[in-house]
Design a protein. Structure first.
Length: 116
């Protein structure tokens, strides 16, 4: 099993920035990819971006490309989501996600609200 714990959500004004963190524990070696999804009220959960655990490939949804940056710290088993130029439509619960041959794992979610 893999456990994921997110932190860093909150309220920010449009144009502002936030950084989310996701710390993984458990069977870390079973993870191939880690990343983020989000779910706004009344909408389906959508892909934000992910990073390969052993490699440099990073993928982003078109809606966040150029504004969000995913990075990782393998020594801390942590993935980060740096969010800049935030828009009201970025408001959602953000979920950390990990996947590998043993299955898919989700964090508990952290609320991000972009509002003036």
């Amino acid at each position: 099993q893999v456990q994921l714990v997110e932190s860093g959500g909150g309220l920010v004004q449009p144009g502002g920035s936030l950084r989310l963190s996701c710390a993984a524990s458990g069977i870390i070696f079973s993870i191939n990819v880690m990343g983020w999804f989000r779910q706004a009220p009344g909408k389906d959960r959508e892909f934000v971006g992910h990073i390969m655990w052993n490699g440099d490939n990073i993928y982003y949804a078109n809606s966040v490309k150029g504004r969000f940056t995913i990075s990782r710290d393998n020594a801390k088993n942590t993935v980060y989501l740096q969010m800049n130029s935030l828009k009201p439509e970025d408001t959602a619960v953000y979920y950390c996600h990990a996947a590998g041959p043993r299955g898919r794992y989700w964090g508990q979610g952290t609320q991000v609200t972009v509002s003036s």
